[in-house]
Design a protein around this ligand. Structure first.
Ligand code: FAD
Ligand code: SF4
Length: 470
């Protein structure tokens, strides 16, 4: 009887990604994670078991055929590998950097039961970066259909719909209010996590598909949705305007100088390049003691940006405990390594200013966790008499953001929820004929990949609508 060959042993630990050292990166805006070398990518790809019923694919909101691209990667077929990813995901270099894979594809990976799951995101990033260095390959397009679609917003949702519809042969125009495309990818997420040049390279690819990108068009002001449909010859509209309206705490002293919303702070830093002042026009005032209120990705990004801008001490003030922090674990660890201080079970009660009207201190109250609230997380409850003063000559409020109401107010008949999000079914269909919506404008603030997943479903529904329209 022939002896069966012993199976090669799979390493339990994932290949770590090289990073800038904390003491170096805390004073620069260069990318923190440096990406796998070819050797590291091959080693990590070889950990994949090529499962016949891959659970990881079920965890991907856009359905990337993960084992298939990993197989191509480990055979050295990089061009084919990235083509395989792009069949489903047109922003792989972005997603490979910022997607919460640990809660999606990687959470479902069978290897996670015995050790680290396969680092799917890092492998995706490796192939996307390889393609950027070796030249982009364009997919085939269907012949023109003669139908025209307006996309409002050039964030992940709008870009996904635009690319999918352009590939299907429709004429696509994106209207973006800002002077740059990318949505939160460029105005929110800082350079050290997602370099802008990477976002622009992925947008270039979408433009090469024939998508017309019009910047500086605020829909609701420049044109309304009824005008686009009735007077400007569009057969359908997709709304992907996100949730960019900052929320404040509503406590005394919030109008003092030196208190920013995270939105304003990050826009100044990212979009207006305040970190390179005076080479760029936009200044930003950073104090010695910066307090960031909140615990999500936005709070981590604001805190780590403030540190890089020269603050002596940056403290994240969060109402719950470390366990409930909603930010990605990887980014929490990066923040801790860089020296960000965390004050848990603490909330500001009021801000105290100096004689010139600038914030100098915060009165904070200690919290304890009570029974779960509607989000399923334990509700923080203030502990009476536990007030303390904390120094803070800069405060950044990183609360959950809500949609800007301009589209809702200027589009008669579009149904809206009590939170100001647009009501749409799972395929993005709104209450108005030919008008679809997806991404944060429908779900409220979520993730890049969930916005892209909504974009893919909406593109399919819009295509069907257009092809059946008389
Ligand atoms: P957006 O990205 O908000 O894009 C909407 C676009 O529409 C914008 O460009 C806006 O200017 C434009 N627009 C708005 N109104 C109009 C109008 N009337 N006319 C024309 N254009 C308009 N998610 C992750 O998965 N991982 C992360 O690490 C992560 N980090 C984040 C960090 C920060 C600081 C922030 C703010 C968010 C983060 N997110 C992260 C969330 C993620 O970025 C969003 O869920 C995602 O960008 C939503 O995509 P979208 O296309 O729906 O909207
Ligand atoms: Fe590979 Fe994990 Fe997917 Fe299995 S579940 S195919 S091991 S990535």
């Amino acid at each position: 009887m022939a002896e069966s060959k012993p199976k090669p042993k799979i390493k339990k630990e994932a290949v770590p990604i090289p990073k800038q050292l904390p003491e170096v990166r805390r004073s620069n805006f260069n990318e923190v994670a440096l990406g796998y070398t070819e050797e590291q990518a091959l080693e990590e790809a070889n950990r994949c078991l090529q499962c016949p019923k891959p659970q990881c694919v079920q965890g991907c909101p856009v359905g990337v055929e993960i084992p298939a691209f990993i197989k191509l990667l480990r055979e050295g077929k990089y061009a084919e590998g990235i083509r395989k990813i792009k069949e489903k995901n047109i922003l792989p270099a972005v997603c490979g950097r910022v997607c919460p894979q640990e809660e999606q594809c990687q959470m479902k990976c069978v290897l996670g039961k015995v050790g680290d799951p396969v680092s799917i995101g890092r492998l995706e990033r490796f192939l996307a970066d390889w393609e950027r260095a070796h030249g982009l390959e364009m997919p085939e397009k269907a012949p023109p259909t003669g139908k025209k679609v307006a996309i409002i917003g050039a964030g992940p949702a709008g870009l996904t719909v635009a690319a999918d519809l352009a590939k299907l042969g429709h004429e696509v125009v994106i209207f973006e209010a800002l002077h740059l495309p990318g949505g939160v990818l460029v105005y929110g997420i800082p350079e050290f996590r997602l370099p802008k040049s990477i976002v622009y390279a992925e947008v270039e690819y979408i433009k090469k598909l024939g998508v017309d990108l019009k910047l500086g068009y605020l829909i609701g002001r420049t044109f309304t949705i009824p005008e686009l449909l009735k007077e400007r010859g569009f057969d359908a509209v997709f709304i992907g305007t996100g949730a960019g309206l900052p929320q404040f705490l509503g406590v005394p002293g919030e109008n003092l100088g030196g208190i920013y919303s995270a939105n304003e702070f990050l826009i100044r830093v990212n979009l207006m390049k305040a970190y390179a002042f005076p080479d760029y026009d936009t200044p930003i005032r950073i104090g010695k003691h910066v307090a960031v209120i909140g615990g999500g990705n936005v709070a981590m990004d604001a805190a780590r940006s403030a540190l890089r801008l020269g603050a002596d001490e940056v403290c994240i003030v969060y109402r719950r405990t470390r366990e409930e922090l909603p930010a990605r674990e990887e980014e929490i660890e990066n923040a801790e390594e860089e020296g960000i201080i965390f004050k848990f079970l603490t909330a500001p009660k009021q801000f105290i200013g100096d004689e010139k009207g600038w914030v100098k201190q915060m009165e904070c109250i200690a919290m304890e966790l009570g029974p779960p609230d509607e989000s399923g997380r334990r509700r923080p409850v203030p502990i009476k008499g536990s007030e303390v003063l904390m120094d803070g000559d800069n405060v950044i409020i990183a609360r959950r953001r809500t949609p800007n109401p301009i589209i809702q107010r200027t589009t008669e008949g579009v149904q809206v929820t009590k939170w100001g999000t647009i009501l749409a079914d799972e395929n993005g269909k709104t209450s108005l004929e030919g008008v679809y919506a997806g991404g944060d404008i429908v779900t409220g603030e979520a993730t890049v990949i969930s916005a892209m997943g909504a974009g893919k479903r909406a593109a399919k529904a819009i295509h069907e609508y257009l092809m059946n329209k008389k």
